[in-house]
Design a protein. Structure first.
Length: 271
């Protein structure tokens, strides 16, 4: 998988700890990186066939649109667009709406579910709503789940923050996220949790892992791309995790939150 942060500005995104780019990428640089990662190269086991596009204002640049629209011909058969809620309508009018297979959009307030509804009803892509489990997200988690039931995305992900201000303790975040997952599951909407250790969940099967990827921006291109795990995000586990039945589905927890005591003790789960 390849993730490209095209523009310097990306308001409303859910931060993962990637460095802030010093500028936006040109259409030529974008095309060069897509070509580089769509072929087999030394240092990579295989070429990339999945592409994640992030950044604000991408749809307004015809040259960027042309480079992105060439991605399927390069072998990228899964193309995901990370959007801020305010960009949903511009995306739907853009040329890349025709090639994008999935969309991920953050939801921090009930008012932002209108953008989810626009995507879910006007586009064939798989729509994922992402609810951050920060202080505000934990307070509104169940309320947001009820609002999302009304607009029906394909799935909802509740994610414990990877960076930024310290989040609520994992035990509290897990409790409200699992309650919200129950609300969505009852309505037939897939829901899962990321970023929390499995041992904080009553139902560890609700935990979803994030796939590793190459990360490219204007400062990290081609051979200098970052590997998302561990160069951008670092998860840690305890020694006891080797004996946990959920080890294969659990990343552990972000190192900073473990060091701050927010993750709780790592406790192996039995089958």
């Amino acid at each position: 998988m390849l993730q490209v942060r095209i523009t310097e500005r990306f308001d409303g995104r859910i931060g993962a700890g990637a460095p802030h780019p010093t500028a936006s990428m040109s259409a030529e640089a974008l095309a060069s990186n897509l070509a580089f990662f769509s072929t087999e190269r030394a240092g990579r086991e295989r070429r990339c066939t999945a592409l994640v596009v992030s950044g604000a204002g991408v749809s307004a640049d015809p040259s960027l649109m042309a480079s992105l629209c060439a991605a399927p011909q390069m072998g990228f058969d899964r193309i995901t667009r990370h959007l801020a809620p305010g960009e949903a309508q511009a995306f739907l009018r853009s040329p890349i709406a025709g090639i994008v297979t999935s969309v991920a959009i953050p939801v921090r307030a009930s008012s932002e579910t209108a953008a989810v509804q626009a995507l879910a009803t006007s586009h064939s892509a798989h729509v994922t709503a992402v609810v951050p489990l920060d202080e505000a997200g934990v307070r509104r988690c169940v309320e947001l789940a009820e609002a999302l039931v009304e607009v029906r995305p394909d799935r909802v992900v509740f994610t414990w923050p990877l960076t930024g201000a310290p989040p609520p303790p994992a035990e509290l975040a897990a409790r409200v996220a699992e309650e919200a997952c129950e609300t969505l599951a009852a309505a037939g909407i897939a829901a899962g949790i990321k970023g929390l250790p499995a041992c904080r969940l009553e139902q560890p099967n609700r935990l979803w892992r994030s796939a590793n990827r190459w990360y490219v921006d204007v400062d990290h291109q081609r051979e200098n791309a970052l590997l998302f795990f561990p160069n951008v995000v670092r998860f840690v586990k305890g020694d006891a995790c080797r004996f946990c039945a959920a080890d294969g589905r659990c990343d552990g927890a972000p190192a900073a939150w473990v060091e701050a005591g927010l993750a709780g003790p790592f406790e192996p789960q039995s089958l």
